[in-house]
Write a protein that binds this ligand. Structure first.
Ligand code: ZN
Ligand code: ZN
Length: 413
């Protein structure tokens, strides 16, 4: 048993709703739940109403049903996006409904599924919901992602423990990296953490680097140019109405956008990547003028290649994120097999879309203007970990001065 589980789960729900979404009186949050997560979803619904929500919308997914569909539904289903679903997404966007979703599915849910079906689904739903998710990544409304472990996920993280113990161990890990102790003070602790992160962002923004150079003993030797008006973000974000929210719970990263056409060299992954329910291991990517020109993986190369080939923008980087090697998540020494957590364990990059807010004024630019400003566009966004204990990152300022940013895996300042 997890000690004080009920109190901790309640503290987690409050954290997601009060700090993650920061629900304002009169708003209508939309919660993408799944049936296994019902106990947490219900606590979140309560917390939303406690914040003065006008109404709370819940949507329920089910891993079992999803897998059955991918294996057994008619082929044509994966090339359709029903109009009633499109109408709903449009409504949520029109009403700027804060969106809470949960990671937690079985990481190998789609193992053995025809990759063509997954690709068709992602392409079709990506196109249909593009406006909605573009608005979301541009922070036009509040959104946040939490987690609720499925037993299969727990078994994957703790393969040597029997199922109930594995679940308890995963819950303990989630609570601990979210700074939840059961004392009801997680919301206060997160306000402090957000402030610390904001101070670091200010320092990076003051340097206004032209490029970053990554080197480590795995063989990484990568230069990443940054857009002229790039902004480092981290901790919290703000909607145009000025509402502060935390998009990923937990978050330890400070991130910006690279110049999509300004990445050169080779980067090695530091951790395996869980992609479409499959694992990609020991891989590297080669870049020339920003474009991924070669992909190599000891395991899952085809899955990785398909993801890079999803659309043209998928061939370019959209995110560069700094996370100290000594982060609470890495210190746990656990590979979560889930990006929400693992991306906070390590410096990472992502191929696919950028966050438009990473360039000054980017959220209000046309697509053409965003591209000219250095921002990448894609229906894909795949984070992969590159931070190692010996990672060194050197920044070069506009005037050509070199400044150590990371030394031995941690911030130099
Ligand atoms: Zn990130
Ligand atoms: Zn990312």
């Amino acid at each position: 048993m997890v000690e004080n589980f009920e109190a901790k789960l309640k503290e987690y729900a409050r954290l997601l709703v009060e700090i993650g979404l920061n629900v304002q009186p009169g708003q209508t949050p939309s919660i993408e739940g799944f049936v296994e997560a019902a106990p947490l979803v219900r606590l979140c619904v309560e917390a939303c109403y406690d914040c003065g929500a006008r109404n709370v919308i819940t949507d329920w997914g089910d891993d079992f049903v999803t897998r059955q569909q991918f294996l057994r539904a008619d082929e044509a289903v994966f090339s359709e996006y029903p109009s009633y679903m499109k109408a709903k997404v449009d409504w949520l966007l029109e009403h700027q409904c804060p969106r809470l979703s949960f990671a937690g599915s079985n990481p190998e849910l789609l193992r053995g599924v025809d990759p063509a079906r997954m690709q068709a689904r992602r392409r079709v739903s990506g196109a249909a919901t593009r406006e909605y998710f573009d608005a979301m990544t541009a922070s036009k409304f509040q959104w946040s992602i939490g987690a609720y472990p499925a037993p299969a996920w727990a078994k994957k993280v703790f393969p040597d423990l029997p199922e109930p113990e594995a679940m308890d161990a995963l819950w303990d890990a989630i609570f601990s990296v979210c700074r939840i102790t059961g004392d009801g003070q997680a919301v206060r602790r997160w306000r402090e953490h957000i402030e610390t992160t904001a101070r670091r962002c200010e320092a990076l923004n003051a340097y206004n680097f032209k490029s970053l150079h990554y080197v480590n003993s795995l063989g990484t030797d990568l230069t990443v140019e940054l857009p002229e008006n790039h902004v480092w973000l981290g901790g919290s974000e703000r909607t145009p109405a000025g509402v502060e929210f935390v998009a990923n719970m937990p978050t330890e990263e400070i991130f910006t956008a690279p110049r999509w056409d300004g990445v050169h060299g080779r980067v090695y992954a530091a951790l395996p990547l869980a992609l479409d329910g499959n694992l990609v291991k020991d891989f590297y990517l080669d870049f020339k003028d920003g474009r991924i020109v070669d992909v190599h993986a000891a395991q899952g190369e085809e899955i990785l290649r398909r993801s890079v080939d999803l659309d043209e923008g998928s061939h370019y980087l959209g995110e560069v994120a700094l996370v100290p090697y000594d982060s609470p998540i890495r210190n746990k020494g656990i590979l979560f097999y889930n990006t929400l957590f693992d991306e906070n364990a390590s410096c990472h990059l992502a191929f696919g879309s950028s966050y438009p807010t990473c360039v000054r004024g980017g959220a209000d630019m046309t697509e053409e203007a965003q591209k000219a400003a250095g921002l990448n566009q894609s229906i894909n966004h795949v984070d992969f970990m590159v931070g190692t204990r010996d990672l060194a990152i050197v920044g070069t300022t506009q005037k050509g001065k070199e400044v150590p940013v990371f030394v031995e895996g941690n911030f130099a300042f």
